[in-house]
Design a protein around this ligand. Structure first.
Ligand code: ADP
Ligand code: MG
Length: 463
């Protein structure tokens, strides 16, 4: 019928606009390296902030002792306790607790958020078992993973530049987040020192390096997306401090804020951005990360319902609710292998209150999920390729087989298999067979948590 044809035309047009042929990905990667240079050259020189992390030494494997970590940066926050065994022993023991952040705290006041965090941390510290207490007079030390853009002042302090990923707590912007946390801990008598302030990408990089010395970058694909990598200190013109002994400095790219005329953006992305908490910002993140992918699918479906009566004469009301279709639901539909696509059917029913969908319709919805996920995955691969290019690791130099490993963590990468396999195959496609042999991706499991504890250890006041 005419309606079906109209619906298919909407899908077709969307698919074309989302196209990521390899030539386009190369342009995106080139634009990424150009912006990396610009962001390293001067403060504010690029949409890529290329933040100096003050991490100039990554874990070696020799770290020893009991360290805490706190991971804040998405929907949940976690507290961890890690017992490091020293040379050759690695992580002997690890415990954690995960707490959901109540929605109202994500847009409330700074005090409320940090009081909540400190209370959860205190509760967790109270469960420390007998053998693990610090020696008398010795303070507990914490690595704080705070995954929002921060202007670091030192390894253990930094001011919040802006919120992302659905957080918006105005009075915290511009404040030292370690100061805020420390104040909240002092209020309840929790004696703990924040030894390292990092974000999840740096934690992932550190956690990856702890296990494999060839790890050169950490990438997060979760609620949001970001990357950090090891840069040569002399390649950072905006750094005016002393050159670190190692000659290296970890750079937090904040690549979620990357944008380029080469990005395949659609009217749906534009609308999502306009209606977001941070319009005009985090454009790369908004087409790649878990917070948004499901909503892009919803927006296209909504258009199909409105303009082509895809779900019948009326538009299913739930389809108009922003963010109602979550990326895990989208991924469940995308991975549906049943012959009648019954997972698609039940997700439509449970999430959107749409029933009586035909197999033909369900197939179109799976295709939509594929278009959105592939675009995100292929662009993530282009970003990684951009980092490798910046480091000159996209070619084999003088026949030298230098290994490069990228540590990746985050729920999107971990659980969205189609996304993950597409990212991996696209990176190979970009690198070419020969170079691809020397580049690999490792799942840096829980890097963002354990990595922060490792960095707390390597920056301990007792060293
Ligand atoms: P955060 O990024 O908030 O620190 P995670 O790394 O755990 O947390 O990632 C959580 C995100 O991962 C969710 O917001 C969701 O978008 C995505 N995600 C979780 N489970 C799945 C899944 N099964 N399929 C696709 N995406 C998922
Ligand atoms: Mg996380």
């Amino acid at each position: 019928s005419g309606k079906w044809a109209r619906a298919m035309a909407i899908v077709k047009e969307f698919e074309e606009k989302c196209g990521t042929p390899v030539g386009k990905l190369r342009q995106v990667a080139d634009a990424m390296t150009v912006e990396m240079h610009a962001g390293l050259a001067s403060e504010g020189g690029s949409k890529l902030k290329m933040l100096i992390s003050y991490v100039d030494n990554l874990p070696t494997g020799n770290e020893k002792g009991l360290f805490y970590a706190l991971d804040l940066g998405g929907t949940n926050f976690r507290v961890l306790r890690v017992q490091l065994g020293g040379p050759g022993k690695h992580i002997i023991h690890q415990e954690f607790d995960e707490v959901a952040i109540p929605q109202h705290l994500m847009t409330g006041s700074s005090d409320e958020l940090f009081d909540f965090i400190a209370a959860a941390l205190a509760k967790f510290v109270a469960t420390e078992s007998e053998g693990f207490h610090p020696a008398p007079g010795r303070q507990r030390e914490l690595g704080f993973t705070f995954s929002f853009p921060v202007r670091q002042l030192s390894i253990s302090s930094g001011t919040l530049i802006k919120w992302t990923k659905g957080f918006n707590i105005e009075d915290a912007v511009g404040e030292d987040v370690v100061g805020e946390l420390t104040k909240a801990m002092e209020k309840i008598g929790l004696d703990m020192r924040v030894s390292a302030l990092v974000n999840d990408t740096i934690g992932t990089l550190a956690g990856g390096r702890y296990c494999n010395q060839d790890v050169i970058a950490g990438v997060i694909l979760g609620t949001g997306t970001n990357a950090a990598y090891v840069e040569r200190a002399h390649a950072i013109p905006k750094w005016h401090g002393l050159l670190p002994k190692s000659g290296e400095m970890v750079i937090n790219m904040e690549w979620g804020n990357f944008r380029s005329s080469h990005l395949p953006l659609t009217e749906y992305d534009q609308a999502l951005d306009d209606e977001s908490l941070n319009p005009g910002e985090q454009i790369f993140e908004k087409i790649i990360s878990g917070m948004y992918l499901g909503d892009i699918v919803r927006r296209v479906l909504c258009r199909m319902a409105e303009e082509a009566a895809f779900f019948g004469d009326t538009v299913p009301p739930k389809l108009r609710i922003p963010l109602i279709l979550r990326t895990p639901d989208m991924s469940a539909m995308h991975h549906d292998k049943s012959s009648d696509l019954r997972v698609v059917g039940s997700k439509l029913k449970d999430v959107l209150e749409i029933s009586n969908t035909s197999l033909k319709m369900r197939k179109v919805i799976v295709e939509l999920c594929d278009i959105v996920a592939s675009r995100g995955a292929r662009l993530s691969a282009a970003g990684i390729f951009g980092i490798l290019k910046k480091l000159g690791r996209d070619t084999i130099r003088d026949g030298e087989k230098q290994k490069s490993v990228i540590g990746i963590d985050g729920g999107l990468y971990e659980h969205y298999t189609e996304f993950r396999t597409c990212l991996e195959s696209t990176l190979k496609e970009l690198l070419g067979e020969e170079v691809a042999e020397n580049v690999s991706i490792e799942h840096s499991n829980d890097g963002s948590g354990a990595g922060a504890a490792l960095l707390a250890a390597s920056h301990s006041q007792y060293l």
